[in-house]
Design a protein around this ligand. Structure first.
Ligand SMILES: [Zn+2]
Length: 600
């Protein structure tokens, strides 16, 4: 009897609740018959999802879906396909990425010196790459993969193509460029040019510049490089967004936002063509770090001009993050990454290598701690989240030390610091990410054997430190909230290959037997972890986690339909994933295959 009355009261409660809640307003769009991986805190799966006003209003079983539709609802039969939140890329360089898609490119290929010269010669002869200024800008140079290893390119190669037309070749890593004599002359770079703070003008044995410029020395050239026109920049931004839509990217951080980045994506936003939530991090150069008041003034001016306030279903622009470089890259030949212990050098012979500590731990910190800590304090007080490039373990420690000082000085400030790259992290620093609520923004595609890792890093750090190279699993075990950032166009934009590498730590089969083994002995991350890194955690980094990053009622309808279920297929196949449909704020911005228009 007691039992029955409890049942009775439970069912009457249910009836009362239904009466209060019903009828739900009909959905604009209803997805049914799918495997919807919501990535909510319980990793729930649903079959159906309802969208109204650009937001998700319901998820649940197919059986309950009809209650959310009326004659005006557009129903999309998922035909069993997997749906997940749209990808949020927590660190990329989207305008340069777009420029690379439409300009002269070396396509990240491993090239011999002859192959390098031949490709640039072909670009120089191609009228499509003739600009009004006459300069030839060559992009996507995989400098670290030149063949055979150790080849160093100089201005002589470019001078042999054209000694009067300025030519520059930009390394895909973004930390160095090669210029010919004509370009060096335009920049006024001579034997007498000193190294700027945080950079290097490489000179040969006779003291002449070789044409290679590293890190902040790039500015000497970029200052005289004629700017693309506003129209060219908007075209590059549009090409960038098109590539993102096809990848399933619905949000990104521009991790080095120049004025033209902000203006070109904002121009597209005003035309209703912004198809991803665009977050921008203007840069503070090392030389600017001492003028804290000036930095804050400059940044708040940029924010006042471009930040569009709280997010809406329709994508908008934010300026909430600030980029700072702690160091360069640990990869040879640059070795501008800041390490705690010296890079090793080979004191042996070709047949009997003998790697011993050398003289260099990399450059001096680009920001010394006594400048960095007050700078961070001022930034977070002004409402900006620091996004700090730190590649070597020394740079990571520097960043964490400055964050610790800032947390201590401002215990009530809820800033969300991010450290990008984290390619080497000392074990003692791993728990500090969690303790300091600091987000490592990792580029999973680097966690593999490849020329830039196997030959470019491993010999120079030795086996002990190799255990902490690309330490995603250790960081996760230490409680860090890992976000993903592609760093595109450092690599081609391929988020699905990156997620695969995040799980397997292996290269693509096409890379060959030499690079077939996993990197290191640590396991990869779970599939759920890599999916969270590129959705929820990247949105946490960008303060959009309450409105995006998972598929839950109330959040924006930012979602993608995939051609396979990446939670169940063999991990290697994640790399071949194709996005069939991309939706941002309830608007379909990309579709193909089964869902090519019209999807109705
Ligand atoms: Zn970057």
């Amino acid at each position: 009897m007691r039992r029955a009355s409890i049942l009775l009261s439970a069912s009457s409660l249910l009836a009362a609740h239904t009466a209060l809640a019903a009828p739900a307003p009909p959905a604009d769009i209803l997805l049914t018959n799918g495997t919807i991986r919501t990535l909510d805190h319980r990793d729930s799966t649903a079959q159906a999802l309802a969208i109204r006003g650009g937001r998700i209003v319901w998820t649940g079983p197919d059986a309950a879906a009809p209650a959310h539709a009326d004659a005006h609802t557009r129903t999309i039969d998922l035909k069993g396909h997997m749906v997940m939140p749209g990808l949020t890329d927590g660190h990329m360089h989207p305008l340069v990425g777009g420029q690379n898609l439409i300009g002269c490119s070396l396509d990240y290929l491993p090239l011999t010196a002859d192959g390098f010269t031949a490709r640039i010669r072909a670009c120089a002869a191609n009228p499509a790459y003739r600009t009004a200024s006459g300069w030839l800008v060559v992009r996507n140079w995989f400098q670290e993969a030149m063949q055979p290893p150790g080849v160093r390119m100089t201005k002589a190669a470019l001078d042999s193509i054209d000694s009067t037309r300025p030519i520059i070749v930009l390394s895909s890593f973004g930390h160095s460029l090669l210029a010919n004599s004509a370009a060096l002359k335009r920049a006024g770079i001579t034997a007498a040019t000193p190294n700027p703070t945080g950079g290097q003008v490489v000179h040969d044995a006779s003291g002449q510049p070789t044409g290679i410029l590293e890190d902040t020395a790039l500015n000497l050239m970029l200052a005289v490089l004629p700017h693309p026109t506003a129209q060219e920049n908007v075209a590059a931004a549009a090409a960038s967004l098109a590539a993102m839509r096809a990848q399933g990217i619905t949000g990104f951080l521009d991790a080095w936002a120049l004025p033209e980045d902000l203006s070109s994506f904002t121009a597209l936003q005003k035309q209703g063509k912004l198809t991803a939530r665009a977050h921008f991090a203007p840069l503070i150069e090392p030389a600017q770090g001492k003028d804290i008041a000036g930095d804050i003034r400059r940044l708040t001016t940029i924010r006042a001009r471009y930040d569009q306030g709280p997010l809406t279903p329709s994508p908008s622009v934010t300026v909430r993050n600030v980029k700072l470089f702690m160091d360069g890259v640990i990869t040879a030949p640059s070795q501008t990454g800041l390490l705690l212990a010296p890079y090793l050098v080979d004191k042996g012979t070709k047949d009997h290598p003998d790697w011993q500590p050398g003289p260099s731990k990399g450059p001096a910190p680009y920001f010394p701690l006594d400048i960095l800590s007050p700078l961070l304090k001022a930034l977070v007080t002004a409402g900006f989240d620091p996004h700090m490039h730190a590649d070597g373990d020394g740079a990571v420690r520097l960043a964490l030390d400055a964050i610790a000082a800032t947390r201590k000085a401002l215990p009530a400030n809820d800033f969300r610091p991010a450290i990008a790259h984290d390619e080497m992290v000392d074990p003692a620093d791993m728990p500090r990410y969690r303790a300091l609520d600091t987000i490592p923004v990792l580029s999973f595609q680097w966690e593999k054997q490849a020329p830039d890792t196997t030959e470019g890093v491993l010999p120079y750090i030795g086996p002990d430190r190799a255990r902490y190279l690309e330490p995603a699993a250790q960081l996760e075990q230490a409680g860090a909230r890992i976000a993903y950032g592609s760093d595109w166009p450092v690599d081609p934009l391929d988020e699905w290959f990156a997620l695969k590498v995040g799980v397997t730590r292996t290269n693509a089969p096409a890379a060959g037997a030499r690079y077939a083994h996993p990197l290191g002995t640590e396991p990869g991350l779970s599939r759920t972890s890599v999916m969270r890194a590129i959705t929820m955690n990247a949105n946490y980094e960008l303060r959009s986690d309450t409105v995006a990053g998972s598929l839950e009622p109330g959040k924006f309808a930012d979602l993608i339909i995939l051609d396979r279920d990446i939670a169940t297929i063999p991990a290697e196949q994640i790399a071949e994933t194709r996005v069939l449909l991309t939706m941002v704020g309830g608007r379909i911005v990309y579709s193909t295959g089964t869902f090519s228009p019209p999807v109705r």
